[in-house]
Design a protein around this ligand. Sequence first.
Ligand code: FAD
Length: 374
Amino acid sequence: MSSAFDVIVVGGGVIGNAAAYHLAKAKARVLVLEREAPGGSATRAAAGMLAAQEEAGDDEAFLDFCLKSRDLFKTLVPEVEALAGFGTEWAVTGLWRAAADEAEAASLREKAHRQSERGLPARWLDAAEARAALPSIEAPHGAFLAPEDGLINPVLWSRALAEAARRLGARYAEFTPALSFLRDGRRVTGVRADRSAHAAGHVLLSAGAWTPGLLDGLDLRLPLEPVKGQLMVLSGAPGLLPAPVYAGDGYVVPRRDGRVLVGATAERVGFDTRPTPAAQARLAAWAARWSPALLKLPVVGLQAGLRPASADGKPLLGPAPGWDGVSLACGHHRNGILLSALSGRIAAEGALEGRWQEARGYAPDRFVAAGATA
Ligand SMILES: Cc1cc2nc3c(=O)[nH]c(=O)nc-3n(C[C@H](O)[C@H](O)[C@H](O)COP(=O)(O)OP(=O)(O)OC[C@H]3O[C@@H](n4cnc5c(N)ncnc54)[C@H](O)[C@@H]3O)c2cc1C
């Protein structure tokens, strides 16, 4: 046995890094095992929208969860950036949805009304106001605006969390996949990695879409699968858009350096992360429909990642059913960047103190009752 830790975090994507940061801040002895270079897989491909008022849909409890996480960025970002020594491009830009037709306009108007009644800043803008605010977007039916939603650079954010965690004493083992678990009866006592075995008081699994492969070692099956997302990256349009805009089944996101992201596909094709021309054609068609100005910009890349999606699309946060000493922080699907602030804190508190109450609705054992485990 090479060493002992309070918590071993498996997976150094945005969720694992956020948990590691909070664990290190609480003075826990932390080891992060990352199969590749830390940063994450889905995390590296993400657009980085903090789209609480868009993504939660009609699920009020999930909306609360998303809003709570979005609001944590206000204090967490300055704290993490100061420790890491570099910025993350976090900004409260506001976030738009252009209506596709009069029916969607009516439903977005009603959403603005409902959210305002709840005390959230939310606005409906008619066609003339939308055109003035978003001249490069086709929005003849008006648009919804959530002024407090925002944007962060997910690569910088994940890297900053890891760097801040390191500065607080967390250890990172890169290019070191977790292979299996050390066990004592129904208790997990550590992790076997490439060339070593590490004992730990608790093991936190945040290996994104690859978490089910690890759970196989505990004879545990939970419904989590990869959903491939591809984004087209365009260059050279500083100032083209003030903020991310959703429309139809896609979105466009401006980066601070002038790049523009057009996203995203949702494909159930296993673990294949190779970009495809079919995705590029689909994203170009979206641009032609919603923002023809984008079609003149040079394509500089197509990026792809695997969203970790549970059967109900919500996170898995809590103890691994039937086991002691091991818990899950995965399944963040389309919202892992947004939820990293809250899920990271909850996962750290859960791993250290067994406190998971804030994530009550997202306990992994909700799928056990549904007969999903083996
Ligand atoms: C195209 C696209 C756009 C997106 N846009 C947004 C957005 O705008 N806003 C938002 O909030 N979310 C967005 N998401 C979702 C977000 O990216 C994910 O929810 C989030 O990144 C998941 O983070 P994670 O840490 O759980 O997983 P990952 O980032 O996938 O990290 C998991 C890590 O675990 C490591 N790992 C796997 N197996 C092992 C092992 N055995 N041992 C050690 N390490 C291991 C992997 O190498 C990886 O680094 C988007 C996703 C995609 C694909």
